[in-house]
Design a protein around this ligand. Structure first.
Ligand SMILES: Cc1cc2nc3c(=O)[nH]c(=O)nc-3n(C[C@H](O)[C@H](O)[C@H](O)COP(=O)(O)OP(=O)(O)OC[C@H]3O[C@@H](n4cnc5c(N)ncnc54)[C@H](O)[C@@H]3O)c2cc1C
Length: 309
């Protein structure tokens, strides 16, 4: 565990935006995290928890509290038959690779998604119509008071890109995934195909820092319908040409905001409001955000008191 005072969160988020926090406390494994959270609770010290920072826009002024960062430098995974037991700090993509190495099927479509297993469970991350919640068996959670609980997947209340853990604030210490035997060569081939598609369609974070899709895809209006890409509505409404300061739209995908020169977090906030506005005006549709904001922004509703929102 190491502590960095006044760390800039721009160094710990894929958007590369965000001011300082009080202390950045790096934790690699469940034991470290449990002891840090218990101590912070005892001291009454406010904190937020982040993983890979791949779904966040942190405000330019940063946050006036400690930030616990739960990221492992190498995967912490145990194999138990067809089940994988993993720390919440492990990179999701490392878990996918481990599943393929073991010839286990169920997580392959998550190939290439940035971030940690903990972040993926909280946001029910996924792609190609499947998400982590589909194969999660149980989670080990840490409540804000440092109490440890093991819960089955149903407790997480998964829905599309969402779980009830966002509301409870429970921390995912670790998880158990129940997978099915598969063919290792076929899984590896499928992974390579998925990575090629992602490489073609998604921004390279080195050139285009971002947090992935900004808004969730749009729920069908009838049970027979399919979810529709938020990017389609944005593109139809003319979203690809929008700009706010240094924030622009990724040329290949109208639902991805990218950081340009001199971009601030406030620029990203303003651009996302413009995107919402044009879709509302054209389709009378309220886009729901997937990316989470952290801290204070001009234009933030005074009713929102949470640090992560
Ligand atoms: C280029 C790019 C492509 C992407 N593609 C996809 C995609 O295909 N599908 C998809 O679903 N997402 C995608 N994303 C978004 C992002 O990768 C996922 O949302 C990811 O699961 C976030 O994990 P993280 O560890 O980075 O979480 P963070 O961004 O660090 O945090 C996100 C939220 O999770 C909470 N959190 C993090 N770790 C824990 C934990 N251990 N316990 C409790 N809460 C925690 C944080 O408090 C915060 O509220 C993409 C992002 C980028 C940049």
């Amino acid at each position: 565990m190491n502590i960095i005072p006044r760390a800039f969160l721009s160094e710990y988020t894929t958007f590369q935006l965000g001011g300082p926090c009080r202390d950045l406390i790096n934790c690699e494994d469940p034991d470290q995290l449990e002891s840090v959270v218990t101590n912070l609770f005892r001291e009454g010290a406010p904190f937020i928890l982040i993983g890979g920072g791949s779904n966040l826009v942190v405000s330019d002024t940063g946050v006036d509290c400690a930030v616990v960062r739960y990221v492992a430098s190498s995967p912490l995974i145990e194999v138990d038959g067809d089940e994988l037991i993993v720390s919440g700090s492990t990179a999701l993509d490392d878990l996918v690779i481990a599943a393929i190495d073991e010839g286990l099927e169920g997580l392959n479509t998550c190939s290439g998604i940035p971030g940690t297993v903990g972040g993926a469970i909280v946001g029910n991350a996924g792609a190609f119509g499947k998400q982590v919640g589909d194969v999660l068996k149980s989670v080990t959670l840490l409540a804000r008071d440092g109490q440890k609980l093991v819960k089955d997947a149903a407790y997480c209340g998964f829905s599309y890109r969402n779980s009830r853990l966002k509301e409870t604030g429970d921390i995912v210490l670790g998880a158990r995934f129940a997978l099915k035997p598969g063919n290792r060569a076929n899984l590896a081939k499928e992974r390579a195909e998925i990575l090629a598609i992602r490489h073609e369609k998604h921004p390279d974070l080195k050139t285009f820092p971002c947090a992935g899709s900004f808004f969730r895809n749009v729920e069908p209006t009838s049970s027979a319908g399919r979810r529709q890409a938020a990017g389609w509505f944005l593109e139809q409404a003319g979203g690809k040409d929008l700009r706010a300061g240094g924030a622009g739209i990724f040329p290949k995908h109208a639902n991805i905001i990218v950081k340009g020169e001199n971009c601030t977090a406030q620029d990203v906030h303003e651009l996302h409001l413009q995107m919402k506005r044009i879709v509302k005006e054209r389709f009378d549709l309220d886009l729901v955000r997937e990316v989470r904001f952290v801290g204070e922004f001009a234009g933030k509703s005074p009713q929102i008191r949470d640090v992560i929102w």
